[in-house]
Design a protein around this ligand. Structure first.
Ligand code: HEM
Length: 538
């Protein structure tokens, strides 16, 4: 009956079961009228013209014509799985979020993705990977929309269209499809040196993961947790794979691109089907919520920064297990709509300017991608908590809302249930002080250092990982047409490390420039190396 013919878990119920199963002994039109033939158009005689009055032909072809929806503007290619999140309760002192309470089990849906390629591109390209998790908590949906790298290219979302325009295929030739080997990408990341850190991660082995199952995940931004007493703590979220972190080597990635472009999605689905359920521990790094929101000299609002685990250890708070493959790629993997603004009581945002732009962008893009504002009603997006919003009508509305007064308070249909105990279990923004200031379009001074953290990353790499990084820069930059861009890229590398710059310069047949800023005096962080640290199964 009406909107409830799909249960909150996405399973059809009652009369709708036959329709969604698309099986049975006879076919019908979309209106339920039984058909006797779906292979031949209605014609004026066996060899005569097809008749416009063939309503079945028109319905069938019309629907097919509209099967495609726009792919995501970024992260178009993805693979996903269902699972559960089992909370340890270790975060209960810093957050009141119910899904992080002791022994709480929460259903989840996780979508992994590449960023730049289109829906049909290859899996093992050099790129960042998305790691987006939807928690269907008892208090509403919480989305942790992260990547497999802990830092981002830009510090302000106003540059997001620019970095993506630069990273996507060239507008004239639409090449390359999904690789960072082209002029516009390197032009952008060398002109906007805040991108140096993320680019270095991309050129490292992290850019070519062995499997989704062997990737770390990061929330990137600093978030703010709120506990039952109202005390706040700043945190960064981490996913640690139980299988350890593993990458391909470049030659493997190239061969697999040709032999099996679906390598990562096949690997994920096969593992789950075989019962080898991938698992990740969720962990948090915690920082005092001080007025300056800095930690050990690191600006926590700058998403090009990470906080070394040696300075703030990752504390495990729960275990994610993926144990069920989607049964319908379109309905689940394609129609899922993540949003960094899907928050629950106990998890709040900070003033990171990149996060601010994301808070606008996700819902906005989904209006186009999913055809109107009613995509929260799609089975995969439905909260498992009761919904009582006052949203009405709109394209693709499937709910038949009742009541004549969709506003509160009202004196017509039930008064105002929100007044009594309205705050109980509600999401209430943490009362954070907004600094007194004047309106400006500028970055803070604490966002100005673009080279210390890349240098720390480079110094933390083992010799083999450094060799891979040198090889990656040399290969990608060699494919740039513009000599000036290659030379500018070497200037950036000189500010990270002379050995890195020198080796890449030799590979490109160019002179190695001198640094333009003093080399940062930083200590390595062994936790950044894939080879230099131990993982649960090592
Ligand atoms: C999609 C991560 C920055 C706009 C995604 C997805 C992930 C992700 C994982 C794929 C979600 C899925 O699987 O459906 C991140 C991270 C960022 C970041 C970790 C930085 C820390 C931004 C910024 C913007 C943005 C700054 C815009 C201002 C989008 C859009 C989509 C997307 C429009 C497509 C969403 C959809 O069609 O449903 N992002 N992103 N992202 N992101 Fe981001």
């Amino acid at each position: 009956s009406g909107p409830d013919t799909v249960s909150p878990t996405g399973q059809p119920t009652g009369a709708d079961q036959a329709r969604t199963a698309q099986s049975g002994s006879y076919l019908t039109t979309a209106q339920g009228t039984r058909l006797h033939d779906t292979d031949h158009s209605l014609k004026a005689g066996p060899r005569g013209p097809v008749l416009l009055q063939d309503h079945h032909l028109r319905e069938k072809v019309m629907h097919f014509d509209h099967e495609r929806i726009p792919e995501r503007v970024v992260h178009a290619r993805g693979a996903a799985a269902h699972g559960t999140f089992q909370s340890y309760g270790t975060a209960a002192t810093v957050t009141k979020a119910a899904f992080l309470a002791e022994d709480e089990e929460t259903p989840v849906f996780v979508r992994f993705s590449t960023v730049l390629g289109s829906r049909g591109s290859s899996d093992t390209v050099r790129d960042t990977r998305g790691f987006a998790t939807k928690f269907y908590t008892s208090e509403g949906v919480f989305d942790l929309v992260g990547n497999n790298m802990p830092v981002f290219f830009i510090q302000d979302a106003i540059k997001f269209p620019d970095i993506i325009h630069a990273g996507k295929p060239h507008p004239d030739r639409e090449i390359p499809q999904a690789q960072s080997a082209h002029d516009t990408f390197w032009d952008f990341v060398t002109l906007h040196t805040e991108a140096t850190h993320h680019t270095l991660w991309n050129m490292s082995d992290r850019g070519i993961p062995r499997s989704f199952r062997t990737m770390e995940g990061f929330g990137v931004h600093t978030f703010r947790l709120v506990n039952a007493e109202g005390a706040t703590t700043l945190v960064k979220f981490h996913w640690k794979p139980q299988l350890g972190v593993h990458s391909l080597v470049w030659e493997e990635a190239q061969i697999i691109n040709g032999v099996d472009p679906d390598f990562h999605r096949r690997d994920l689905a096969d593992a789950i089907e075989a019962g080898a359920y991938p698992q990740w521990e969720l962990g948090i790094q915690t920082f005092p919520d001080t007025p300056d929101q800095m930690f050990e000299g690191i600006d926590l609002l700058d998403p090009t920064n990470l906080v070394p685990e040696e300075l703030a250890p990752v504390q495990p708070v729960g275990l994610l297990t993926l144990d069920r493959n989607p049964s319908n790629f379109f309905a689940e993997t394609e129609q899922v709509a993540f949003h960094v603004g899907h928050l629950v009581p106990g998890v709040d945002i900070t003033d990171d300017p990149l996060l601010a732009g994301r808070l606008f962008s996700y819902l906005d893009t989904q209006i186009t991608r999913l055809g109107g504002p009613n995509f929260p009603q799609l089975p995969i997006n439905r909260p498992h908590a009761p919904v009582n919003d006052m949203l009405r009508d709109g394209l693709h509305q499937t709910a038949v809302h009742r009541g004549v007064a969709p506003y509160r308070p009202n004196s017509l249909d039930g008064g105002c249930p929100f007044l009594a105990g309205a705050d109980t279990g509600a999401f209430i923004e943490a009362p954070v002080r907004v600094p007194e200031s004047t309106r400006v379009r500028e970055a803070p001074e604490s966002f100005a250092d673009h080279f210390s953290q890349p240098r720390r990353f480079w110094l933390s790499m083992s010799p083999l990982e450094r060799e891979h990084i040198i090889g990656a820069y040399t290969f990608e930059l060699a494919k740039c047409y513009e000599q000036a861009i290659r030379e500018r890229a070497l200037l950036v590398l000189a500010n990270i490390d002379p050995e890195l710059c020198g080796e890449v310069a030799t590979g490109l047949g160019l002179p190695a420039p001198a640094p333009t800023v003093p080399l940062a005096d930083v200590q390595p962080s062994p936790a950044l190396s894939q080879l230099g640290r131990t993982w649960p199964t090592d």
